[in-house]
Ligand binder design. Sequence first.
Ligand SMILES: Cc1cc2nc3c(=O)[nH]c(=O)nc-3n(C[C@H](O)[C@H](O)[C@H](O)COP(=O)(O)OP(=O)(O)OC[C@H]3O[C@@H](n4cnc5c(N)ncnc54)[C@H](O)[C@@H]3O)c2cc1C
Length: 359
Amino acid sequence: MDLLLVGAGHTHLHLVRQPEQLVTAGYRVRLLSPPTFHYSGVASAAAIGDISPGLGQIDVAALATNSGVRHYSGVLAGINLDERYAIADDGTELAFDVICFNIGSVTAPGSMEVDASVLRVKPLSNLSTLQERLRGPLPVSGSLVTVVGGGSSGLELAAHLATRPDVAQVHLLEAGSHLGPDLPQGARRRVERLLSSRGVRVRTNCEVMHLAETSTRCADGTVIGHDLAVLATGLEAPSLVTHLGLGDHDGIPVRATLQHRDYDHVYAAGDCAHFLPHPLTKIGVHGVRQGPVLQASLLARVRGDPLPTYVPQTRALSVLDLGAGLGLAVRGRRWWLGRSALMLKRWIDRRWLRQYGAG
Ligand SMILES: Cc1cc2nc3c(=O)[nH]c(=O)nc-3n(C[C@H](O)[C@H](O)[C@H](O)COP(=O)(O)OP(=O)(O)OC[C@H]3O[C@@H](n4cnc5c(N)ncnc54)[C@H](O)[C@@H]3O)c2cc1C
C-alpha cells in the first residue's frame, strides 16, 4: 500500500523518524518535501542571530534516507484524487493509496495591500533572511523597522529587533485594542513594559491598509516610514489547499480522526488542517501531538480496527522568546517572565530537535 506524506512538518517528522511499524504493516512510505525543515521554536532567535541558524534546521533528506523512507525533494503542485496520484513541482507523478498533508501555514495579510519586499514571518525560510536584510544597504545610523501584528510572533520579533545595535527604532502596529490578545492581562502588561523599556513604539487600534517598501499607511491616515517591514499578522493555510480543491484558507477540513471530511484516504495534520471538532490555534504543539495519532490511525486502518481520534490538550505551555535571554512562559492564566522561562524553552526545543539529529 502506497503512503504518500506531503510536507515534513512536525507530524510527519514523527513518522519519518520511525517508519518500521508502518512498513511492517504493509506501507511503502514516501515523502515529498523540501530538504530542510525550519523549527519555529527557535526561529526568532535564529533569525536575529542569538543562536546559530543551523540549530533550528532539520536535514529532512538525511533523516528520511537514514530511516529508509524514499524522499522526493520538492513541493506538491497538483493532485488527482480519483486516480490517486500527486504531482510534484518538477512534474514527478507519485501514486498513493493514502495521502497525508502536513504542509504548515503562511502569513495571513487579510485585506492589507502588501508589497513584495515585505518580510513575511511564514514560511520560516523567509524569516531566516532577516539578518541579511538588516545588513543590506541600510542607514549606518541604524534602520527603522515596522512590525505589523501584535500576536506571539510579532511580539517576539519586535522585542528581539529592539535589542539589535543596528536597529534604531522599532514600531509595533496592532489592529486590535491591545497586544498579545491570548495572554493573561498581567503578562500582557509586563510585556508592554518590557517593550517600552527597549524603546519599541507600540500603536494599538492601528489598522494597516498598505504595507509598502518604505512606509506603512494606517486606516486613520497615519504614515510611518521604515527601512524594513515585517508582516506577522497571524497564520492561514497555504493557497495550495484551495487550489487543490481540498479546503480553503482555514485549512483542509478534518474530522477528529484527522481524515478529510469527505475522503477517508486523505489525512491532514498541523497548521494546514482545519480541525472540525473545534478550532485549534496554529501552534506547533498540535502537529507534534498529532504524530502518534496519525501513525496509530494508519496502522488501525490496515488492521480494520476503529481509528483513534485527536483530543487536544485544554491548556498547553507556551514560551515566548523575548530576546536578551528573557522568556515569557504561559500556561492557562499562569505566567512568568524571566531567564528561567527561556532556559526551559531552550531545553524543550533542544530535546525535540535532537530526536531529529538537530539542535
Ligand atoms: C516567528 C514564529 C515563531 C513561532 N514560535 C512558535 C513556538 O515557539 N511554539 C509553537 O508551538 N509554535 C510557534 N509558531 C507557530 C508554528 O510555526 C506553527 O504552528 C508550526 O510550525 C506548525 O507546524 P506544522 O507541522 O503544521 O507545519 P510547519 O512546521 O510549517 O512544517 C510544514 C512543512 O511543510 C513544507 N511544505 C510547505 N508547502 C509544501 C508543499 N506544497 N509540498 C511539500 N511540502 C511543503 C514546509 O517547507 C515545512 O517544512 C511560531 C510561528 C512563527 C511565525
